[in-house]
Design a protein around this ligand. Sequence first.
Ligand SMILES: [Zn+2]
Length: 311
Amino acid sequence: MLNHIFNKKFPFAYNYFSELLNLVFENKRNFPQALIFEGADTKTQYLFALELARILNCQGNKTNSCDCVNCKWIKTHSHPAINNVSERHFKGEGDESKTVISAKQAREIEKSLTLSSDYHRFFIFFSSNEKKYDPFELADFQNLNYATNIDFSIKPLTFNTFHSTTPNALLKSIEEPPKRTTFIFLTKSKEDILPTIVSRCQVFKLSGLKEKLNYNDILTIISSYPNIDYKNAFEISDNLQKYIKENNIDIEIILNKILEYLKDLLKQNPQTNIKINKDIKTINEAIKQSRTNMSDKIVLDTMFLRLARGY
Ligand SMILES: [Zn+2]
């Protein structure tokens, strides 16, 4: 159902929502009524939201090439129940606000929810100006058979456009929406959204890039790498165990930091790649062992001995 391009971009969300959609279609779960998507790529978050809306409303086979009426409408941005809400979208009559999502809009939404609907309704909140995208910027839309005549920018919500009165006017709608209604808020970070909203939403980080681990804290302990010998292998292991205990850190995090450090070393010293590549395997092995009930001491002693030997 969900296209594999999302597996590359947002692997966690892809897996989570693929599973969830299956359960929804088996009537074992309801689709959430309020979601926050966090992350840097708001445009792709928006496409992801549209795809969820499309799959939930599809009357055909749910793939991207489906051309049932609902899929067609959503892919041409004209579905009556899929609503953009921004400074430019979903403005009621007499709403002159141009730079914010207004409390009037929130009331407009509340009003629209009193009408019944055959569809799974979506309200996708983001910040927007007039904009012409270059075609290459909308390549993913095109790949998923969406019309690319989008004449508005798709930017993250911030306090400037979505400030206190509006979210507060929305609370009731978010809390007790009619069945098959979903609110989605697109933002860089949930810190940019009022806590009263956040607390009513499921928050998903839509980001494919693993955060780079900072390994500076353990550098002095492992500084003799790659010249570890038998004599100091146990000493390094002991120091690291002490550090883990004192700071109450999971050993797996420490091992991942060492991994990150070695990968950076590899980039800087490609000529030592044979040793470092072997050592990376050793550390991955240790990560696996750390997930069993092996003690930290044995995992680390074994690992540093292997690093000393070079295999
Ligand atoms: Zn369809």
